[in-house]
Every structure is written in C-alpha cells, then in structure tokens.
Design a protein around this ligand. Structure first.
Ligand code: GRF
Length: 211
C-alpha cells in the first residue's frame, strides 16, 4: 500500500474527490495524514470527518522558511509517505525540501501552466482575454509552479465570467483531474523522460470540459 500525505492551507477542496477515488477505484494506497500550515484551515475538519489523521503546523511559529520546512519534513516523514500531495498548500517550499521529496511531490495549480504561475491565476487569465482556462497537475521542482506536467484540464472562459465564476469552474475540473493523475501515480503508471511525463497505457493526459 502506498502511503499518501496531503498538505493543505485552506478548504481542502480536492480532499473529498481524492479520498473518494482512492476508495472507489481501490487504489493500492491510503491517505495517512493531512497536514496544514494553518491551524484554522477548514480542510482539517474535512479530513477528520473522512477518518484521516490531521496535524497543524503553524508556519508563523517558526523563525523562517528553512526552520518551518525542516519541521514540516519531520512531520511528513513520521508517516513514511510514498507520495506527498499538495492540495491548496500556499507556501513556497525551500529547494532542500523539494529535493527531499523529488519524484514523489505532486501539486495542482489553477492554470494551464506554463501560463500564470503564482497567485491570482483567474484574474490574470481574464485580464489577458484567455478563452480557455484550467488546471495543471505536475511534479514539484524548486521553481515555483513549474516541473514535469502530469495532466491538464481545460475549461471555457465565458464572456460574463468573474474571477469567482471562473475559479469555481476550474475547481470543478480539478475534482476530476487530481484523482485521475494521482491514480496513475499510485499505480506506478507514470514515467518522466527528459522532463516530460508519459502515461504508461497511453491514456490521454488531459480533460476538456465543454461549454
Ligand atoms: C485550487 O485552486 C488549487 O489548484 C490550488 O488551491 C486551490 C484549492 O485550495 N492549488 P482550497 O482547497 O480551496 O483551499
């Protein structure tokens, strides 16, 4: 059984869909812990309700990024994870931390990378007049919101979209995309070659949601 630790900072919006897929598709895996850098994160309750162990590690209690990341790594390693999944974890990670989990650290970002790394992706997509938006699941490398792309989901941008309506549509897509990508990861169906991620069975690494 692969052991999955999930890191969150907020609502844990992707947790239910991941937990459901893990059970429904009988992944050879279990969600062993959800750790938040914010004690007040609503996602901790979501995790607890699903019977997953939770832990809060308040980054504000640490002198700096290095100290926090060291404590975070210790908390994660206590669960001996095979996979560390970022699900709305809003902290920049130190290169040392990223290296430690190289190949088993996965993130979801609410844009079609490499467009719009960083914050406010939906506002930026609207301002740029994008006609498509979406989300990307990728392996984490030291560069922010970069790293080999595992899968992407595209959604239309509507003329009357606001940041909120677009964010909601992308989040809906994430609920389909993240379980798909993580299912491949726990089933060893992914291979990285020259920085490109291949799916073992040739499955499409994208989802497109219509108008
Ligand atoms: C999602 O948009 C995800 O892509 C990003 O954080 C958002 C989820 O955060 N990384 P939350 O679970 O709603 O706090």
């Amino acid at each position: 059984m692969k052991r999955i630790v999930v890191l969150i900072s907020g609502r844990g919006s992707n947790l239910p869909s991941i937990a459901e897929a893990c059970a429904r598709e009988q992944w050879p895996a279990q969600l062993v812990a959800v750790i938040s850098n914010r004690p007040e994160a609503a996602g901790l309750q979501v995790a607890a309700a699903a019977g997953i162990a939770t832990q809060a590690l308040d980054h504000r209690a640490f002198a700096g990024r290095e100290a926090f990341d060291a404590a975070l790594a210790e908390a994660i390693d206590a669960h001996a994870p095979d996979l560390v999944v970022l699900a709305g974890f809003m902290r920049i990670l130190t290169p040392g931390f990223v290296e430690r989990y190289a190949g088993r650290l996965i993130n979801i970002h609410p844009s079609l990378l490499p467009a719009f790394p960083g914050l406010h992706t939906h506002r930026r997509a609207l301002e740029a007049g994008c006609k498509l938006a979406g989300a990307t699941v990728h392996y984490v490398t030291p560069e922010l919101d970069y790293g080999p792309i595992i899968a992407q989901a595209a959604v239309p941008v509507r003329a009357d979209d606001t940041e909120a309506t677009l964010a909601a549509r992308v989040l809906d897509a994430e609920r389909r995309l993240y379980p798909l990508a993580l299912g491949w990861a726990v089933n060893d169906a992914l291979r990285v070659e020259n920085g490109l991620v291949r799916q073992r069975d040739g499955q499409a690494q994208w989802l497109v949601f219509g108008a």
